[in-house]
Ligand binder design. Structure first.
Ligand code: COA
Length: 166
């Protein structure tokens, strides 16, 4: 499938990404974390305000995935101070999955990382997110660690850390 992946530059598009994030997070995490934790994490990490802060204060880049005019997925990445590149978000609406788009999204992440002069890409993924873990493993990511992160209000993110050598 021919898709286009574009850097998000303007607020109206970032607002549309935030709306998409809200939808995808509520559909994909229902079997993994509680509704309360999804609401809390969307507000904390994927609200328009939160994403603006990530871009302005933490060097995040958001990339929007389009099938024609249809905004159907998004990516967030961030270069670290060392030689690593952080893949923070990789999200695709459910009706667009299983069509080869995810592999194109990951290729774009690797290209961004190489362009930034990095030697590896790492990510965190919920330990119970079996499909995403299978996708990462089939792409060549390797499990390197696990981490439990207290995100406040009694919620914890229980994640694996995967890394891909460029
Ligand atoms: C993660 C996500 C972006 C992957 O997109 P997807 O369309 O479901 O991925 P695909 O089914 O196209 O799989 C991608 C690749 O992994 C491979 N793959 C998928 N499941 C696999 C499995 N169980 N075993 C081996 N390989 C597998 C596919 O063959 C495909 O490779 P190909 O493009 O060479 O054919 C998407 O499922 C999503 O947005 N999920 C919800 C959000 C989420 O969990 N994001 C990750 C948070 S860390």
């Amino acid at each position: 499938m021919d898709i286009e992946i574009k850097k998000v530059k303007y607020l109206p598009e970032l607002r549309r990404v935030a709306e998409l994030a809200d939808r995808i997070w509520h559909e994909c995490f229902v079997d993994i974390i509680s509704e309360g934790q999804i609401d809390y994490m969307v507000e904390k990490f994927q609200s328009l305000d939160a994403m603006c802060r990530q871009i302005e204060e933490q060097s995040y880049t958001y990339l929007a995935v389009y099938d024609g005019d249809d905004l159907c997925g998004y990516i967030a990445v961030k270069p670290e101070q060392d030689d690593r590149f952080f893949l923070s978000k990789l999200y695709l609406r459910s009706d667009k999955r299983g069509k080869g788009i995810a592999s194109q999204m990951l290729e774009r992440v690797f290209a961004e990382a190489r362009a930034a002069g990095k030697s590896s890409v790492y990510l965190t993924v919920n330990k119970h997110n079996e499909h995403a873990i299978a996708v990462y493993k089939s792409t060549g990511f390797e499990l390197i660690d696990s981490v439990a992160t207290d995100i406040g209000s009694g919620y914890v993110m229980d994640d694996f850390i995967f890394s891909y050598a460029l």
